[in-house]
Design a protein. Structure first.
Length: 553
């Protein structure tokens, strides 16, 4: 488990709390250090904390303040409010019959000030080569773009706990899609609401980056913000919101420049359909059309769309790919990513097939979107590597959730149909080290397939994951029912994918808590979390030959 450098200043960093009622207290803080470390207990209900300076509210957020046990700490940057005293106005929502008297809560004794907050990776399930937040909760990737040699990844972020709450845009940057550097928070909530998912575009005409996101307050509306410093800071548009609706689910704008109509296009998730808009300036939007009511899976709410033109392998044809994430309704329960292939003229998307298609047939691949302005005309996708059925309960504490490995998207044909190809991005190849004899908890396994093939990973405790490519059935499966799963009844599962064409080679990426399997030719992707009590250190392959490569990171 991650531990923290607390650099304590005396016994307590503030005066005793003023208990004002059954659920209300105030805590005065004399600012001495950069951070106030707030103790969190995940089983408790959220408390609402308002930060007041001179009677003026500077910030409001929810946090599960510890009642009788501290699970971990989260930092509140108190220096950002000035050098004077702060007043924390705190409203608890827990039931006093179970939590006891407020004056006795352990949070009052454990709030400490510090000039440091240690985010070093110490949890055994934290991935070694996948992007994760330094601390706190993360879900959907947002606003991804590439500019001047740098990939920017924003994400749905809770800075005040490792469960979903306080939606904010976190920010990380990378030059190679593998090594990520945490950046300051990019966009914070305001009077319009929390900052839900959205996109960024590189506006080359105005030399700026424009973020478009959902402001989620009493209603879901669309807002924009501008950056003149390559996405490090944003200034919100004074005319927000720029797009509103009476629909309850109205979110996740994905904007892109369409040279064919010389305008911006926008695709937006609305209930169980996608709506398409156009604009000359991203401020005034014109509704063009809707898509999807009669196609695809409708067992949950449609979310996080994307729309792009792709080349069909080995041909001179180009077609459009529409990505549609859905929750629930995934093929094995919970959240997943479906897609549609067809034509788009800047106004209307027309799908060419009637069947439901999934981009990844694992259980932990959701909210998939691509980078704007990616180099060499590529379409590079990232997904949130979790599932809403159990994302808040997975066995980590100081952080929760990772992103998938980056994947390049294209199209390929099989038996007269066109499908989405998913291939690990070429940047991933730099991770491959020397061939080794033994299985480790961070490695790549390359399996040369000679027909029906089974790959079993196991440890001395009898835990295992079994993958099987069945030539006759044209399927690939991954069975994790014997991976540690006591945190959720929804976790044990066997995921099965159709295979469109013969598999000759499999690439399997193992990190501390995940397995991603790909057909080397990009016709299969399957992403599943695993939480073995001890790492898988044994491998058995029947029907193929496996080479294990160490990970260089």
């Amino acid at each position: 488990m991650m531990t923290l450098m607390l650099a304590l200043v005396g016994a307590s960093a503030q005066e005793k709390p003023q208990v004002l009622g059954k659920s209300h207290a105030m805590q005065r803080v004399e600012v001495k250090n950069k951070y106030l470390l707030l103790p969190v207990q995940e089983r408790e209900e959220n408390a609402n904390v308002k930060v007041l300076v001179g009677g003026r509210q500077m910030k409001s957020f929810n946090v599960k303040l510890a009642v009788d046990q501290v699970d971990y700490y989260v930092p509140l940057d108190i220096r950002s409010f000035g050098s004077g005293d702060l007043l924390l106005d705190i409203t608890f929502h827990g039931d006093r019959r179970f939590t006891g008297a407020m004056k006795d809560f352990i949070c009052w004794r454990e709030m400490k000030q510090s000039d440091a907050f240690d985010t070093q990776n110490r949890e055994k399930f934290r991935p070694a080569y996948h992007h994760t937040p330094a601390y706190g909760w993360m879900n959907d990737p947002n606003g991804m773009f590439y500019k001047d040699g740098v990939f920017h990844l924003y994400y749905q972020y809770n800075p005040y706990g490792s469960q979903w709450e306080n939606m904010t845009w976190g920010h990380s940057t990378s030059r190679d899609l593998i090594h990520w550097e945490a950046q300051p928070i990019a966009i914070e909530p305001d009077a319009l609401g929390d900052v839900f998912s959205g996109s960024c575009v590189v506006d080359k005409r105005n030399n700026e980056v424009v973020a478009m996101y959902t402001s989620a307050g009493k209603s879901q509306v669309q807002s924009i913000a501008f950056s003149k410093d390559n996405g490090q800071t944003f200034e919100k548009y004074a005319g927000n919101p720029v797009l509103v609706s009476s629909e309850e689910d109205f979110r996740d704008p994905k904007a892109f420049w369409n040279p064919e109509i010389q305008k911006w296009n926008l695709i937006l998730a609305v209930g169980q359909e996608m709506r398409i808009y156009s604009s000359a300036d991203m401020k005034e939007w014109t509704y063009e059309s809707s898509f999807g009511k009669e196609l695809g899976c409708h067992d949950g709410v449609w979310e996080c769309p994307d729309l792009m033109k792709l080349q069909v392998r080995g041909t001179d044809k180009q077609k459009w790919l529409l990505i549609c994430n859905i929750n629930p309704g995934g093929p094995f329960g919970g959240s997943a990513t479906q897609y549609f292939i067809g034509d788009f003229d800047g106004h209307k998307f027309t799908c060419e097939h009637n069947d439901t298609r999934w981009m990844d047939y694992g259980k932990d691949h959701y909210a998939t979107v691509t980078f704007d302005n990616a180099p060499d005309g590529r379409h590079i996708a990232l997904a949130w590597m979790s599932n809403w059925q159990y994302a808040n309960q997975v066995p980590t504490k100081q952080f929760r959730s990772a992103n998938s490995l980056p994947r390049d998207l294209d199209l390929y044909e099989f038996e007269g149909q066109t499908y989405c190809g998913v291939t690990p991005s070429r940047e991933v190849n730099a991770l491959r080290g020397k061939a080794v004899k033994s299985l480790t908890n961070t490695c790549e396994i390359v399996v040369d397939v000679k027909g029906t093939t089974e790959i079993a990973l196991s440890n001395s405790l009898g835990e295992q994951v079994v993958m099987r490519y069945d030539v006759a059935k044209r399927t690939f499966s991954m069975d994790r029912t014997r991976s540690y799963a006591s945190f959720s009844e929804a976790f044990p599962c066997k995921t099965v994918a159709p295979v469109y064409g013969d598999i000759r080679q499999l690439r399997i990426f193992i990190d501390n808590s995940s397995i991603e399997a790909f057909d080397a030719e990009g016709r299969l992707a399957m992403t599943n979390l695993v939480f073995p009590k001890e790492p898988y250190n044994k491998i058995k392959v029947v029907g193929g030959k496996a080479t294990i490569y160490e990970i260089k990171n």
